[in-house]
Design a protein around this ligand. Sequence first.
Ligand code: PMP
Length: 285
Amino acid sequence: MTTKINFNGEIHDHLKISILDHGFLFGDSVYEVVCTIDSAPYFLDPHLDRLFASAEAIALKIPQNKEWFREQLNITLGAAGNDDSYIRIIVTRGEGEINIDPSTCLHPNIIIIVMEISQYPESFYEKGISVALVSIKRNSRDALNPNVKTGNYLNNVLAKMEANKSGAQDAVMVNPWGYLTEGTTSNLFFVRDDQICTPSLDCGLLSGITRKKVIQLAKENDFAFAEGKWTGDELNDADEIFLTGTLKKIMPVTCLDGRPVGSGKPGPLTLKLMRLYGDLLKSAE
Ligand code: PMP
């Protein structure tokens, strides 16, 4: 297991950052998670685009351009030398005074963590996982927009804790108006009457890169597909449920609130999309 950490362009084996960094004090930061296949990061461009968009949304001016990130990422991947890596790119507001005002933070810190990837167990994909529809609401878009990927994940942490307490592996959240949004680190899809459904962005969720690819695959393959608003209760009528994310890829959900989803096994449309997404990743290498 080799971990390398790039801090503002310098490679470290271990890194200590200032306790006065507002990323640490207030979650005032943005980040991306990228993975590699055969040592090459996949879908890097959309991840960098989203990093810059998230930074802009919180008025954090990143002092480097995307080319710099690509170069530094290659250097860090080379230094780590893993077969495949998990990459976390973080840009913090930087060090400032110990109060919430970001105007004293003059130098954002850029951290690129590269570590050996630890995939989810195969059994999760073969049997599916369990989720709970939790009482914690996803942040509303006019409070902390879930479509901005900040380092402030306490909303999701609390949802995950509630799910785990009820014996489920992960959580699905509704927004303050009761409409389905997403998982704690993944987007939500479900199948009802042979139609693949996913909550629309205006429900308040992250526009996931995997989500976009899955929507594209559904459309290209002429699957019935809809983006829209559904209440939490409507998830009980789903024949299939799956979550999507960069690390998770497409993960079937076979248990909702302690009850089986559909047949209790990964459903046929989920399996088809898992195969198609697997092929897409191979071609993205
Ligand atoms: N929603 C949330 C809250 C997430 O943290 C993630 C993981 N980045 C996703 C959705 C999935 O996004 P992506 O497919 O871009 O990894």
